[in-house]
Design a protein around this ligand. Structure first.
Ligand code: NIG
Ligand code: FE
Length: 414
C-alpha cells in the first residue's frame, strides 16, 4: 500500500464475502480498510496495517462492514401500478388468468407507453431511493414494458439517466421479449422478428443495454422463440439472462445453459438435469422469493440441489408492479431464508458476490478486496447473521459508493 490513503477505516469487522478467506462470510475481525481513488487498496487485520497517513479516518466502533448490496433483477422503470390486479388475485384469480385477460404485463405496457420520459423518471425515483437506503450500490434495471422500439428505448434511457443523477451503478437489460404486444396478437414470430431485427440492434447501437433477457413461459414466448432472441443477442455480443420455469417446466434453463447465459431467474420448476446443466455452464440461479410470495406460489426452487451442485445462488427483488411490488432487498434476504431455506450467509452472498456474477460483474463487484471499487456498507450489528434475520430497524450506519459517503450518517473525521 502507498503511505497515504484517502480514507482509513479501523475498529471494524469486515464480512468480505471473499471466497478465498475461510468462513461463511470471509470475515476479518478487528480489520482495517484503506481506500484511495475510490478503490479498496488494503484490507486485513488491523495489527498488520502498514504505516499510513489518511486524509480521512473512520472509527467503525466495532460495527460490521459488508460489500455494497447488489440487486441483480429489477423492473424498476415502469408507468402506473396494478393495485386492482392485486385485489383480483386476492379474490382467487391467478397471475396467468389476469395476464390472459389483457391485464398483467400488458396493463403496465399501456401505462408505460403513455408516460413521458420525465414521468417514468419521477416514478422510478422513490423505488431507487428505497433500494439505495438499504445499502444497494449496484442494481440492474430491465426494459420490457415498452414492447415497441420507442418505449423500450425510453425505458432504457430512463435507467441510464437515473445512474447519472444518483451515486449508484445501474446495469441495463433489454427485455423486449417480455410479452406479446396487442398489435402482434396471434403473430408472436413476427414480433420476435421485430425484436431481433429492429429493437435489439437499435438498443445495441445506442449502447443502452448490458444484457438481453426474455420471458420463456406459456403466457410469453416459447423456447424456440427465445432461442432466436439468444442468437440475435450473441450476434450483437450481448450476454443473456432468462426468466425461466417460473410457472412451469419449459426447457428454458437447459437452453440458457447451452447458451452460457449469465443467469436463469425464478427457476421454481427446474429438474435435476437442469441443475447439472447450470453447474456445467456456470450459469447463476437468481432466486426471487418476493415473486414467489406475492403470487402465493407453492413450488419451491430446488435450493438443496443447487447448493449440492455448487451453483451460485443470487437473491433479488424482481421489483415490478405485478409479481413483486416490494422495494426491499433486505426483505428478500429474510424471505430467501424463511421461504427457500438459504442460510443467512448464503443470503448475503446472494446479494453481493453471486449477484455480481449474475450481472457479469464477477470479481469486480460484490466483495471487499483490494482492487475492487470501495462500495461498502457499515452496519450497526454484532453478527452479519442479523442482516437476513432482522427486517425494518437495522439500517446502514454509513454507505459508501466508490469510497464516498452516499448514505447513512457521515462520521468520517479529518
Ligand atoms: O419477473 N415474469 C415476468 N416478469 C416479471 C413480472 C412482470 C409483471 O408482472 O409485470 C417477473 O416476475
Ligand atoms: Fe422479473
Amino acid at each position: 500500500m502507498t503511505e497515504r490513503c484517502d480514507l482509513l477505516i479501523t475498529n471494524v469487522h469486515a464480512a468480505t464475502m471473499d471466497p478465498s478467506i475461510a468462513g461463511a462470510y470471509g470475515a476479518v475481525e478487528d480489520a482495517a480498510v484503506a481506500v484511495t481513488g475510490g478503490k479498496i487498496v488494503w484490507l486485513g487485520p488491523r495489527r498488520e496495517l502498514p504505516d499510513c497517513a489518511a486524509d480521512k479516518t473512520l472509527d467503525g466502533e466495532g460495527q460490521w462492514l459488508t460489500p455494497g448490496l447488489i440487486d441483480c433483477h429489477t423492473h424498476l422503470v415502469y408507468g402506473g401500478h396494478r393495485a386492482s390486479e392485486f385485489a383480483r388475485r386476492l379474490g382467487g384469480e391467478s397471475y396467468e388468468e389476469v395476464a390472459r385477460s389483457g391485464g398483467g404485463i400488458l396493463s403496465t405496457v399501456r401505462a408505460t407507453r403513455a408516460a413521458s420520459a420525465e414521468q417514468l423518471y419521477r416514478a422510478a425515483e422513490p423505488r431507487l431511493q428505497a433500494l439505495m437506503s438499504e445499502g444497494v450500490t449496484t442494481l440492474e434495471v430491465k426494459s420490457g414494458y415498452g414492447l415497441d422500439l420507442d418505449t423500450e428505448l425510453k425505458q432504457l434511457r430512463t435507467a441510464r439517466r437515473l445512474a447519472q443523477h444518483y451515486p449508484v451503478e445501474i446495469t441495463t437489460t433489454c427485455l423486449a421479449a417480455h410479452a406479446l404486444p396487442p398489435e402482434y396478437d396471434g403473430r408472436p414470430d413476427e414480433y420476435i422478428d421485430l425484436v431481433c431485427e429492429q429493437i435489439l440492434p437499435a438498443v445495441a447501437k445506442e449502447q443502452l443495454a448490458d444484457a438481453v433477457d426474455m420471458f420463456c413461459e406459456s403466457i410469453a414466448f416459447s423456447v424456440e422463440q427465445c432461442q432466436r432472441v439468444i442468437d440475435c443477442a450473441k450476434k450483437l455480443d450481448l450476454p443473456v439472462k432468462v426468466h425461466a420455469e417460473q410457472l412451469a417446466r419449459t426447457g428454458a434453463t437447459a437452453m440458457a445453459a447451452r447458451a452460457s447465459a449469465l443467469s436463469v431467474d425464478h427457476i421454481e420448476y427446474i429438474t435435476d438435469a437442469d441443475v447439472a446443466a447450470m453447474a456445467e455452464s456456470g450459469t447463476v440461479a437468481v432466486l426471487l422469493p418476493g415473486a414467489f410470495y406475492t403470487l402465493r406460489e407453492t413450488q419451491m426452487p430446488p435450493v438443496e440441489k443447487l447448493r449440492a451442485s455448487g451453483v451460485s445462488m443470487a437473491l433479488s427483488t424482481d421489483l415490478n408492479p405485478g409479481s413483486c411490488p416490494i422495494a426491499s432487498l433486505r426483505l428478500m434476504m429474510n424471505m430467501g431464508c424463511n421461504l427457500f431455506g438459504l442460510t443467512p450467509a448464503e443470503a448475503l452472498a446472494g446479494v453481493t458476490r453471486s449477484a455480481a456474477r449474475a450481472l457479469g460483474l464477477c470479481c469486480s463487484r460484490g466483495a471487499l478486496r483490494p482492487g475492487l471499487r470501495a462500495d461498502m456498507v457499515l452496519w450497526p450489528m454484532e453478527t452479519p447473521d442479523q442482516l437476513a434475520y432482522e427486517v425494518g430497524a437495522l439500517k446502514p450506519a454509513q454507505i459508501f459508493f466508490a469510497g464516498k459517503t452516499v448514505g447513512g450518517r457521515d462520521v468520517t473525521a479529518g
